[in-house]
Design a protein around this ligand. Structure first.
Ligand SMILES: Cc1cc2nc3c(=O)[nH]c(=O)nc-3n(C[C@H](O)[C@H](O)[C@H](O)COP(=O)(O)O)c2cc1C
Length: 304
């Protein structure tokens, strides 16, 4: 049985809908030569900022029931280092490369998007909007108006399709997704991590150096799924879904509620082969259910 797994965002085609969640697979270098990565739909390295950032004090990660809390703080070596030392390896990949960027100032976002727009090997740019909105003392992605403003400004200067990555730490994520779509985003990705913390009861101190962090992994999957369901009802642009995907069945749940692509995050810390296993499992499901085109699964949820 021939199977069509290809999906698209803007004019970019992906051979299948499975990718990596930013920050959970490093910058690839040691995996670049691995043929296996080339089997995925796309690759996305860790978020970069314009200037290098040291990140948060340690400890930065704590395991929780069915998940983990991280407070890495977007540690990275900055755009210039990324272009000189990471992109050459990433450019060898034959699958689309999505570069994730974040900024604490509008100008920095503009510089990142302008410079990455000039790179042939970059297929799409993901805007990690879980960064403080200095004007309103909230994250950009917690404010539909700020999301619209930032995405619209960057859309004007971007030569690449833009993905707006949304925060789940909001009352109405669909409103923020809609604002991103209205501003011209080519896709939305959700969810980033949920605000969380852990306490060391013996020391009566927070476990994380940053006091709070973001929860990810299987613990968040049902909530992330509901958010994708809500967003799908509100937008027509493609959704890249993530949040606790460990198995093909998890990924299929997100596809059925309407995600065009799925990203594997925390599961990579358990086993970096998870995205490939998820892909194999989706193929097996299609065979079992005699589905020849992935589009017959996407958004196929029946509620009555
Ligand atoms: C250790 C760690 C680092 C992360 N770093 C980033 C990052 O740099 N940029 C980003 O947009 N999301 C980052 N995330 C969030 C993931 O991309 C993803 O949105 C979230 O973890 C939910 O998916 P999951 O439950 O499959 O991990 C990070 C998550 C973890 C666990």
């Amino acid at each position: 049985m021939s199977m069509k797994l290809n999906v698209s965002i803007g004019h970019i085609q992906f051979q299948n809908p499975v990718t990596i969640a930013s920050g959970t697979f490093g910058y690839i270098s040691k995996y670049a030569k691995s043929a296996d990565i080339q089997k995925l739909g796309a690759f996305i390295p860790k978020t970069i900022t314009l200037a290098a950032r040291e990140g948060n004090p340690s400890p930065r990660i704590v395991e929780t029931a069915s998940g983990m809390i991280n407070a890495i703080g977007i540690e990275n070596d900055g755009l210039d280092h990324f272009l000189a030392h990471k992109l050459p390896d990433l450019a060898k990949l034959k699958i689309p490369l999505i570069v994730s960027v974040s900024a604490y100032q509008h100008n920095d976002f503009e510089t990142l998007v302008t410079r990455l727009s000039q790179e042939e090997s970059v297929s799409l740019i993901e805007l990690n909007l879980s960064c403080p909105n200095l004007k309103h003392a909230r994250l950009i992605a917690q404010d539909p108006a700020a999301t619209q403003e930032v995405v619209a400004a960057l859309k004007k200067i971007s030569a690449k399709p833009l993905i707006a990555k949304l925060s789940p730490n909001v009352t109405d994520i669909a409103a923020v997704a809609f604002a991103a779509q209205e501003a011209g985003a080519d896709a939305v990705s959700l969810v980033n991590t949920f605000s969380a913390m852990a306490v060391d009861v013996h020391r009566r101190r927070p476990v994380l150096g940053n006091v709070t962090g973001g929860l990810s992994g299987p613990a968040i999957k049902p909530i992330a799924l509901k958010m994708v369901y809500d967003v799908k009802k509100r937008v027509t642009i493609p959704i890249i879904a993530m949040g606790g995907i460990m198995t093909a069945e998890d990924a299929l749940e997100f596809l059925i509620v309407g995600a065009t692509m799925v990203a594997v995050g925390t599961a990579n810390f358990v086993d970096p082969q998870t995205p490939l296993r998820v892909l194999q499992g989706i193929k097996a499901y299609m065979k079992q259910h005699r589905v020849s085109d992935i589009h017959d699964i996407i958004g196929s949820l029946r509620t009555s």
